[in-house]
Design a protein around this ligand. Structure first.
Ligand code: AP5
Ligand code: MG
Length: 214
């Protein structure tokens, strides 16, 4: 099963993608996580991506597309995957469709996690991410057992550089301009499904599960 997660920054794409990946035993592929891992390791790609990410802008398609296409060509993607944060522009979606159709393949579902802008800013300022394993928490909605420490690996939690309110506003603007058009793009292909992302995380997952099991 090949799934794309759509939604504004902070809508809960990563949260739900991890649950889908666990349940369906397919890889969770987040371009944002790939970039953050590169930044942490000080790679050339990471340094380049950071310039854009810190501004709340998109990393250019030339850098993003190749990484993603290489990743989905890996052996563990044979039975499908859940993409989180890719595609983010119409050209990215077209490149992905073309690469898949050359293999006689296509995306099965594009799931739009729908959350209005005013709920987003509040969510982002409370998000905490693990510096080491990338697990995501929320100080109010998904707290860790010990404050500031990752439940999964015991390392320290941080507020992402791009989760500061000013940068979040910029990311939302970029989302509406460049990423939201993908909703119509996938609706046109009859694979768009929308869920109400303002519900509790468990409820959102139930709704997604109902779609994927229908
Ligand atoms: P990326 O890492 O993809 O960030 P994003 O799309 O802005 O999305 P987020 O990860 O911020 O939010 P999310 O929807 O995953 O929400 P989460 O589940 O964490 O990209 C970062 C940057 O990298 C981009 O700005 C860009 O520069 C670059 N980039 C990445 N991909 C690119 C591409 N393809 N092309 C170009 N550039 C690219 O949830 C948010 C918080 O809310 C968490 O704390 C969570 O616990 C909480 N939460 C989740 N669900 C609920 C709920 N139902 N109720 C209450 N709280 C909830
Ligand atoms: Mg995410």
């Amino acid at each position: 099963m090949k799934i794309i997660m759509l939604g504004a920054p902070g809508a809960g794409k990563g949260t739900q993608a991890k649950r889908i990946a666990d349940k369906w035993k397919i890889p969770h592929i987040s371009t944002g996580d790939i970039f953050r891992a590169n930044i942490k390791n000080g790679t050339e790609l990471g340094m380049e991506a950071k310039k854009y990410m810190d501004q709340g802008a998109l990393v250019p398609d030339e850098l993003t597309v190749k990484i993603l296409l290489d990743r989905v060509a890996a052996k563990d993607c044979e039975n499908g995957y859940v993409l989180d944060g890719f595609p983010r522009t119409i050209p990215q979606a077209e490149v992905l469709d073309k690469a898949l159709s050359e293999m006689g393949d296509s995306i099965d579902y594009a799931i739009n996690v729908d959350v209005p802008d005013d709920s987003i800013i509040n969510r982002m300022s409370g998000r905490r991410a693990c510096v080491s394993c990338g697990a995501t928490y929320h100080i109010e909605f998904a707290p860790t057992k010990t404050e500031g420490i990752c439940d999964r690996c015991g390392k320290e939690l941080i507020l992402r550089d791009d989760d500061k309110p000013e940068t979040v506003k910029k990311r939302l603007m970029v989302y509406h301009e460049q990423t939201q058009p993908l909703i119509d793009y996938y609706a046109g292909k009859n694979i768009l499904k929308s869920v109400d992302g303002t519900k509790d995380m468990k409820e959102v997952f139930k709704d997604i599960q109902a779609i994927l099991e229908a």
